[in-house]
Design a protein around this ligand. Structure first.
Ligand SMILES: [Zn+2]
Ligand SMILES: [Zn+2]
Length: 196
């Protein structure tokens, strides 16, 4: 007897309920709205962007690669993962000041796990996991690893003076750069949020 494969929204709903999380709990964990979770779980797949679905899988402890997502197939057996540029100087990493501390939110791109993916902005080789060697979790949108809390971008240079003013000026500069950049240079950009 072949069982009907379950849809991703059903798997997510069951996993969330099994974890005793409300839709609001889940929405908070991945920084989206409860109504978006609600629409997604009722079968409206377009209610959530793919990186958010991947983040939900991580929060719920689901194996994202085993989920029946309509993955962009670029070849048989090619696993796509989210990658980040590791350089704090790269405009793909957007600075913000959180509780007096400088952190960067990386712009994640989706790329084949096994390929070397070059940053379209700075030519560095992209990383596909948390920078904490004891963790190594897959990436999800945000500034910190959702598993161990390590900042996803290592701060190598802390500017002197007013940190907030520096971060604001840097974000304005990044917005300018992005307005000038040809979108194709970015490849698959997934999370374009530049603000907190
Ligand atoms: Zn870069
Ligand atoms: Zn981690």
């Amino acid at each position: 007897m072949s069982e009907e494969p379950r849809a991703v929204h059903e798997i997510v709903r069951e996993a969330r309920r099994a974890k005793r999380m409300t839709q609001s709990d889940l929405a908070r964990a991945v920084q989206c709205t409860q109504s978006a979770v609600s629409m997604f779980e009722s079968g409206r797949r377009d209610a959530l962007a793919r990186p958010t679905v991947l983040a939900i899988a991580q929060v719920l402890g689901l194996d994202a690669e085993a989920l029946p997502l309509e993955a962009r197939r670029i070849g048989p057996g090619v696993a796509l993962v989210l990658k980040r540029c590791p350089l704090d100087s790269c405009p793909r990493n957007v600075p913000q000041v959180i509780e007096g501390r400088l952190v960067y939110r990386p712009t994640l791109v989706e790329a084949p796990l096994d390929d070397q993916t070059i940053c379209g902005e700075c030519d560095e080789i992209l990383e596909s996991s948390c920078p904490n060697p004891d963790c190594g979790a897959r990436l999800a949108p945000g500034s910190f690893c959702r598993v161990c809390g390590t900042p996803l971008v290592t701060v190598t240079h802390t500017p002197s003076g007013n940190l907030q003013a520096w971060a604001d000026a840097r974000r304005a500069r990044i917005r300018e750069l992005r307005a000038m950049t040809r979108p194709e240079r970015y490849g698959f950009i997934l999370n374009e949020e530049t603000e907190t």
